[in-house]
Ligand binder design. Structure first.
Ligand SMILES: Cc1cc2nc3c(=O)[nH]c(=O)nc-3n(C[C@H](O)[C@H](O)[C@H](O)COP(=O)(O)OP(=O)(O)OC[C@H]3O[C@@H](n4cnc5c(N)ncnc54)[C@H](O)[C@@H]3O)c2cc1C
Length: 357
């Protein structure tokens, strides 16, 4: 890892405050390194995910993405070995087509990444809301109603994070502590009436937040789980009918819902829908909704097939809610319906053209 106050891209003249990583470096190490340099790396909610590889090439969301963009929006330069064996440096000034394709095509589709350089922010302080209560069928519906009815307002205030049926962790770098407490009052009060807790506090850095709320709170390694996902656009929140439909589906599927992930670049406008190759559906979505199906090491083949079949049907409910939207390929279903449209949308044709070069 290296840090530069003024990193100049090869073949360009402009420079950026940036961190450069060799492929394989994981977020746990990146966040400690960035903190020591007094900057913030906008990255994923996991210690062991690599910052240069699958996360980046598939899109790369963060709970700070609503304000600061996806991983693909923030990467400045990628060094890669392409399938013809050539070592290439891709950025906006050279190999620009390849640079575009690497930012969303997913995993090793266009080559093996050796190194990536990422724009960083100054050390950020932000407001954090943490809510936790014991969910029941009755209080979950009321909680989801509060969440859905506040989602557009919270999006405009920069909030990002995760919601489950028994709580949430949300952050925003755009509000003061007092404004954040007021913004979240309806849900913190609700949690307390349910015998739970509701806290709004200032996080002094991303590393402080990550150490307190992510490290030590992650699931075990080696779980047998497959995911399916849908990006839910803002339009689903703009009518009473749309909101009710969404709440009904969330209630039906809450057992398989991993979380409601508010990790879309809704306020980030430095990148247009076609500047990267991820599906343009990211740009007007408010939620990414991952669901999961699990099995055990001693499950039979029919049990495994059954779990995947159920997952497909469940994700179909989300697809029906947002048929023109897309899915996050890094957390998508293996059997995604029309995966080309879901993962890349209108960017697919250009990706194919570049691949054929
Ligand atoms: C616990 C957990 C938390 C997660 N949290 C988030 C999150 O907050 N945000 C988010 O966006 N996603 C998240 N994800 C999803 C994550 O982005 C994907 O699983 C991603 O594919 C992980 O990439 P990796 O390189 O770490 O994993 P790997 O399994 O090592 O690689 C994934 C794929 O990328 C390929 N690959 C690896 N290295 C390279 C390389 N150098 N060049 C080319 N191809 C390569 C591999 O061959 C493989 O196909 C999470 C996943 C987990 C398991």
């Amino acid at each position: 890892m290296s840090y530069s106050k003024a990193f100049t891209l090869q073949g360009c003249t402009d420079s950026f405050q940036a961190i450069t990583l060799r492929a394989g470096v994981i977020f746990d190490d990146v966040y400690k390194f960035a903190d020591a340099k007094n900057v913030t790396f906008i990255g994923g909610y996991a210690q062991g995910v690599g910052a240069s590889s699958g996360w980046l090439m598939g899109g790369g969301h963060s709970i700070l993405t609503p304000v600061y963009g996806l991983g693909v929006d923030r990467v400045l330069q990628i060094k890669v070995v392409t399938p013809d064996g050539a070592y290439r440096i891709a950025n906006k000034c050279q190999n620009a087509d390849l640079f575009w394709a690497l930012r969303g095509s997913g995993r090793g589709t266009f080559g093996v990444v050796i190194e990536s350089t990422h724009l960083v922010e100054p050390k950020l302080t932000f407001q954090t809301t943490v809510i936790s209560f014991t969910p029941t069928p009755d209080n979950t519906r009321s909680f989801f109603e509060l969440i859905v009815s506040n989602t557009v307002k919270w999006a405009n205030e920069g909030w990002g994070g995760h919601v489950t049926d028994g709580g949430m962790i949300y952050v925003t770098p755009l509000l003061s502590l007092e404004e954040a407490a007021e913004s979240m009052k309806a849900v913190t009060d609700y949690s307390i009436t349910q015998g739970g807790t509701g806290l709004v506090e200032t996080s002094l850095s991303w590393l402080d937040f990550f150490t307190k709320y992510v490290v030590g709170h992650q699931g075990p390694i080696g779980q047998l789980i497959v995911l399916g996902t849908r990006l839910i656009p803002k339009s689903n929140f703009e009518s009473e009918g749309g909101k009710t439909q969404l709440i009904d589906v969330l209630m039906d599927l809450r057992a398989t819902l991993i979380n409601i992930a508010t990790v879309t670049p809704i306020l980030y406008n430095a990148t247009s829908a076609t500047d990267t190759s991820v599906t343009p559906a990211w740009r007007d979505a408010l939620w990414h909704l991952p669901q999961g199906a699990r099995w055990s090491y001693n499950s039979s083949v029919p049990e495994i097939v059954g779990a995947q079949t159920f997952l497909h049907k469940f994700v179909d409910r989300f697809r029906a809610l947002a048929p023109d939207s897309g899915a996050y390929l890094n957390e998508a279903e293996v059997y995604e319906t029309d995966h080309e449209a879901a993962f890349w949308g209108s960017n697919y044709a250009r990706l194919l053209q570049i691949k054929k070069k």
